[in-house]
Design a protein around this ligand. Structure first.
Ligand code: SF4
Ligand code: SF4
Ligand code: F3S
Length: 372
């Protein structure tokens, strides 16, 4: 029997055609973040109008494809990545979960639990073999045959291998699943490992962060939904668009960095003026993530904007690579005196541009510019 398409399922459950098109536009917006835009449509702030072509592509896909079954495993993690996702927008978790994907197994979000839930997982893995998407949250301990994380009497290592075997692709959400995260930090007594170090024969995408930026995660799901494959990745298996720039590249405090103006404590005059947080341990210059542009809580803010240095939570070796408040005495480079005024002006303009772009977020999607 032919499987029900996403569109048919939505209409059957009472969703109007208008709401279907709204969901379609949200998914298209997410794909717009992935560079699927006609060249030449870029405006001065670096944003583009959503291409009608992308919207049509998404609408067609949702009308012709069945929902994507998802099995979500939680390993050595704190559930923070799931928690963050419930606050996602463009598209929201609600839109994705209820309409476009079908989360068949999630220890925290599934209504069922225990043997009933486990039985459902087994049935889904068999029925959708080679088609389902496996999402992993948390790292996998490999010491002592994996006994340090046991779920339902089986090790996380065993459960990962079993679920990975029939998966079409694996999406690792958060630093723990992508790079080992905090459980991987020294002395790493459980030998916590990243998923791609264990599963080497499946397509894997890493969406690091602690937690992952929800819009980056849902953007990856949207790409899989529409094209049936993962977006373009870098050498660390991160989706390029969301991870090709550092926090520092797009930071609204960048003008102060370039001008040599730094806060030396969290409550000094320089901090109150919004100066650069480098001397307070900011890892923005070496951290690749989209926090400075997509931001958090529907574009409200991100750590550096709110007065806290970037901790490098999306980088490999977070936490060992630098945790809280490890001060740095001097910036990575010192711009010449002549450049300072111009850099400050350019930085301020960039900040204004980003703020304006953020306000227009619902209509326009930021282009993934290459590095400065
Ligand atoms: Fe929690 Fe951070 Fe690990 Fe996500 S990456 S599970 S938020 S510790
Ligand atoms: Fe760079 Fe951090 Fe300073 Fe922002 S606060 S300019 S990311 S060093
Ligand atoms: Fe993490 Fe730095 Fe963003 S700490 S949330 S990558 S600003």
């Amino acid at each position: 029997m032919k499987e029900e398409t996403i569109y048919e399922g939505m209409i059957r459950s009472g969703v109007s055609r208008r709401d279907f098109l709204k969901t379609s536009a949200l998914v298209a917006a997410s794909l717009g973040m992935q560079g699927l835009k006609p060249p030449g449509a870029i405006d001065r702030s670096g944003f583009v109008e959503q291409s009608e072509g992308v919207s049509a592509l998404v609408t067609n896909a949702l009308q012709s494809k069945p929902r994507v079954p998802v099995i979500w495993l939680e390993m050595q993690g704190c559930t923070g990545c799931s928690e963050a996702l419930t606050r996602s927008s463009s598209p929201s978790l609600k839109d994705l979960v209820l309409n476009d994907i079908s989360v068949e197994y999630h220890e925290t979000l599934s209504a069922a639990s225990g043997e009933r839930l486990e039985a459902n997982k087994r049935a889904v893995m068999e029925k959708y073999r080679g088609k389902y998407l496996l999402v992993v949250e948390g790292s996998v301990p490999v010491a002592d045959d994996g006994v340090h994380c046991v779920i339902g009497g089986r090790t996380a290592l065993d459960l990962l291998r079993e679920a990975a075997e029939g998966a079409a692709a694996i999406v690792c959400t958060g630093n723990c699943a992508s790079f080992g995260g905090i459980p991987h930090a020294s002395p790493n007594p459980t030998k916590a490992e990243a998923v791609w170090r264990i599963v080497t024969d499946k397509p894997v995408v890493n969406v690091p962060g602690c937690p992952a930026i929800p819009e980056a995660f849902t953007g990856v799901l949207a790409s899989f939904l529409v094209f049936g494959k993962l977006p373009e990745l870098d050498s660390l298996k991160r989706p390029r668009l969301f991870y090709e720039n550092t926090i520092h590249d797009r930071c609204l405090r960048r003008a102060f960095y370039d001008a040599g103006k730094f806060a030396s404590s969290f409550d000094d005059e320089a901090a109150r003026k919004g100066y650069c947080l480098y001397k307070l341990g900011c890892k923005g210059p070496t951290t690749y993530n989209s926090c400075a542009t997509i931001k958090w809580d529907s574009g409200l803010s991100f750590p550096v904007q709110s007065g806290h240095p970037c901790l490098g939570c999306s980088q490999p070796d977070f936490w060992d690579g630098g945790g809280f408040y490890q001060g740095q005495s001097a910036p990575l480079d010192k711009p010449g005196a002549v450049a300072i005024g111009a850099a400050a002006a350019a930085g301020a303009a960039l900040g204004l541009g980003l703020a304006a772009g953020n306000r227009a977020k619902k209509k326009r999607i930021r282009k993934g510019d290459s590095k400065d």
